[in-house]
Design a protein around this ligand. Structure first.
Ligand code: 5GP
Length: 190
């Protein structure tokens, strides 16, 4: 990634850490916490040389952050929904599959900001980007203007990633968190 703002490392004041003994096992965020982080991420994003035409919210986790971001960036939101399935029974690894895609002609030649809540293994972000880039290439012609992508996530987990993003894709994380700690979002709470 050309410009990476990994986000400030999490501060216990940004959320409510849950402990098992002295070990942090979960970080619990409120809607207000996420609003504050998204606002900070929007400020970092605006420092980049990337003016988005649309946000592409990865659903379901990216929907609420994208709406919060729209308050700061004022860019229309498109949706791209994925779900996950286990490749093999009894195997924890999951692969995304498309539930709802997006009209590629809306994306063609535009600047698209992909928004998700958390970059964990990076599988989803890498997969979605590759899918869109491949499909745009396959269905376009030589005259087609290139589509540019950027990524904004609320959280980047500090861990080795399975997926990789093109080096020229601008990337903003509002905050970095430890790789092995589960994040509980307010919309996850039953
Ligand atoms: P990936 O591993 O592909 O980067 O992340 C896949 C998806 O897993 C994320 O979009 C998110 O929905 C979910 N996920 C991964 N880690 C967490 C977490 O700590 N908390 C929550 N709520 N979801 C997570």
């Amino acid at each position: 990634m050309s410009e990476c703002f990994p986000g400030s490392s999490y501060d216990e004041r940004d959320c409510e850490p849950m402990f098992s003994g002295s070990q942090v096992t979960k970080l619990r965020y409120s809607y207000q916490d996420i609003h504050t982080l998204v606002k900070m991420g929007a400020k970092d994003f605006e420092k980049l040389d990337f003016v988005p035409d649309y946000m592409l919210a990865i659903g379901g986790g990216g929907f609420i952050p994208a709406r919060m971001l729209r308050t700061h960036l004022d860019v229309p939101i498109l949706a791209f929904s994925v779900s996950y399935y286990a490749k093999h029974a009894h195997e924890p690894s999951r692969e995304p599959t498309i539930v709802q895609s997006v009209d590629l002609e809306l994306l063609r030649g535009k600047n698209i900001l992909i928004v998700d809540e958390v970059d964990d293994t990076r599988t989803t972000l890498a997969w979605v980007l590759k899918k869109l880039q491949t499909e745009l290439e396959r269905t376009g012609d030589t005259e087609s203007a290139p589509t540019r992508f950027a990524v904004l996530v609320v959280h980047n987990k500090q861990k080795p990633k399975n997926g990789t993003l093109d080096p020229d894709v601008p990337y903003v994380a509002c905050e970095s968190t430890p790789g092995d700690v589960w994040i509980e979002y307010p919309w996850d709470v039953e």
